[in-house]
Design a protein around this ligand. Structure first.
Ligand SMILES: Nc1ncnc2c1ncn2[C@@H]1O[C@H](COP(=O)(O)OP(=O)(O)OP(=O)(O)O)[C@@H](O)[C@H]1O
Length: 572
């Protein structure tokens, strides 16, 4: 419920449209009741051959009320739908703003398909919250109170029948059907989440599934998952329609009661006969806005569950980033020094400590290589430097500033990063390179392509989703080109050339080191060839620094690095 309160807070931002929608809804509802009341009265009156002007006044009133009803209904629809779309977009933005700081933690607990189902499906289902839960009861209550008040002038008994009908159709029947719906709703949401998760996983792993000939099995599972979802949706809709139909039936019964009881009151002289048709017509129309109330609790439950699912993710304690409030939003435009002071880090949900206790200083403008066995924590260290991961203990300093007080954006602005996996978007080479800066000119982009031996690429060349039409080496070179173009003076390179041949690798490194002469550079590398140009080499094992020094110092030491180097040479 508390999650729904947060949604209500967001809904209330659109106060103006809400108030106009409620007022228009009330005018439409009450003019509809008035229209039918006047027609009922007109029918009875004309049977008594009244003066001509009475008929003229009555028919004009009926026409006028018809016009008012149509106009007000239009206004209600316009403002309520406008408010709904704005509310939905506010919701999406608010959810995204809360979700983005939780990356990458959130991906360690929630699968992307599930998150997609929440962002799309759950936010979408909240459109019913405003349209069917929030404002219709206000309109209904206003119309009913006014109508019952009006009816009580003619007959208290008929006013009581209308009140009973109101309670039956807005409280009792919806409550009965909701009990069934609660069970179905939970299942629909779960099936939708499962289906969406399954589809995304299949999309990502399509090629591997095909190669391992598991596509058919997965497809069969997907179809049965989809059928389960459809079956739950069907059950949900049948329950909804049954509830609405039953509610409609009850409103009809109430009108019969009004007619029968009204006739009895006329025969015993308590009610003037001329008002009977009017009251029956009133009873037929006043329940019109009550019909949607049959599904009110269903949508209420759905909205409450959807908001809970949304806030469950963004408020999940397991994915929270315990960040101290940043006070620095801009870093000086120079090559920084980095200092890791007794840092400790464990990946979420991992039983092993990734980095038990590490201290390291990387001086400004130095060129540092990190080497070591696979899984020794090299990439983790890089992500900590980028503030993509938060250390559990210890501190990281950017020059003399504790990175805890530096905003992530300020660090990313200064960093030229090439990770092991780099993402490429559907579009052109130009668009993908311009990720490094929207202001970059074609000449600058072409120069960057030349720097990575990709001068044959045209800037207009199409890049498919995930860079599907690029080779592994081309992707790496494009990523390096992006780093060349990016502003900043800290290079963080995580095996940037692992897919390149030795010749291309050396020529790119040559240009890169020339270009980065005045910058700080950290390079993670499995290949040891060419590391003699580095100022410092760090050797890591199981999250610890086991050796460090210059290339020559490490070779002279004849330790771990020396063994790695000897092994590499024997394989060449
Ligand atoms: N997202 C994650 N969740 C849990 N554990 C992780 C995660 N990412 C990495 N690890 C674990 O942390 C340890 C260090 O991983 P890391 O990627 O930093 O190693 P690495 O030295 O860069 O390896 P490689 O040379 O293979 O890239 C590994 O044991 C790995 O299994």
């Amino acid at each position: 419920m508390s999650a729904l309160l947060k949604v209500i807070k967001l809904v209330l931002i659109e106060k103006k449209d809400i108030v106009i929608a409620v007022i228009c809804g009330f005018i439409a509802g009450i003019s509809s009741v008035g229209l039918f009341a006047a027609s009922g009265y007109l029918i009875s009156k004309s049977a008594l051959t009244p003066p001509f002007y009475t008929l003229i006044v009555l028919t004009s009133t009926v026409k006028l009320l018809g016009l008012v009803k149509a106009g007000a209904k239009y206004g209600e629809r316009l403002y309520s739908h406008r408010a709904t779309f704005t509310i939905l977009s506010n919701l999406r933005v608010a959810f995204f703003e809360k979700l983005t700081p939780l990356v990458p933690n959130v991906f360690q607990k929630y699968r992307s398909g599930d998150l997609l189902a929440r962002v799309v499906g759950d936010v979408e289902s909240l459109q019913n919250f405003f349209l069917r839960v929030f404002y219709p009861p206000m309109v209904l209550l206003l119309v009913f109170i006014s109508t019952i008040f009006f009816a009580s002038f003619y007959s208290m008994e008929i006013a009581v029948i209308l009140l009973i009908g109101f309670l039956l159709t807005t409280v009792l029947i919806p409550a009965l059907f909701t009990l069934r719906q609660v069970k179905i709703n939970g299942k629909v949401r779960n099936e939708r989440g499962e289906l969406s998760t399954y589809i995304t996983e299949m999309m990502f792993g399509f090629r591997d599934l095909k190669l391992f000939q598991q596509l058919q099995t997965k497809q069969n599972h997907l179809i049965s998952q989809s059928e389960a979802y459809i079956a739950q949706q069907k059950a949900k809709n049948i329950n909804k329609i049954s509830s609405q139909s039953f509610n409609g039936f009850i409103t009809f019964v109430v009108s019969w009661f009004v007619l029968a009881f009204g006739a009895y009151l006329v025969t015993n002289g308590t009610l003037e006969g001329i008002f009977l048709a009017m009251l029956v017509m009133v009873s037929l129309t006043v329940f019109e806005p009550a019909a949607p109330m049959a599904v009110f609790p269903i949508y209420m439950q759905e909205s409450s569950d959807a908001s809970k699912r949304l806030y469950d993710v963004v408020e999940d304690p397991d994915v929270q980033v315990n960040e101290t409030k940043a006070t620095i939003f801009k870093l000086p435009d120079n090559a920084p020094s980095l200092h890791f002071k007794e840092i400790q880090f464990t990946h979420q949900g991992d039983w092993r400590t990734t980095i038990p206790n590490l201290s390291l200083t990387i001086p400004s403008k130095s060129k540092v290589a990190i080497v070591g066995a696979s899984g020794s924590g090299k990439s983790t260290l890089l992500q900590i430097a980028l503030k993509l991961l938060q250390v559990q203990n210890g501190k990281v300093f950017w020059d003399k500033q504790d990175t805890a007080s530096i905003a992530g954006e300020a660090i990313w602005e200064q960093a030229k990063v090439v990770l092991q996996e780099n993402h490429f978007f559907y579009g052109t080479i130009r668009e993908n390179l311009k990720l490094a800066g929207a202001e970059l000119t074609d000449d600058q982009l072409k120069a960057a392509l030349t720097n990575v031996n990709l001068e044959q690429f045209s800037l207009d060349q199409q890049v498919l989703e995930n860079g599907e039409n690029l080779s592994g080496g081309e992707k790496q070179r494009l990523a390096i080109a992006r780093a060349f173009l990016k502003k900043g003076h800290l290079w963080l390179l995580d095996e940037p050339t692992s897919s390149l041949d030795a010749l291309t690798e050396q020529s790119i490194y040559q240009r890169l080191f020339e270009y980065a002469k005045e910058d700080t550079l950290i390079l993670i590398s499995h290949r040891l060839q060419g590391l003699d140009r580095m100022d410092l080499i760090i050797v890591m094992d199981q999250g610890n620094i086991i050796e460090y020094g210059s290339y020559q110092e490490l070779l002279n030491k004849e330790g771990y690095f020396f063994q790695m180097k000897t092994l590499e040479e024997s394989l060449l």
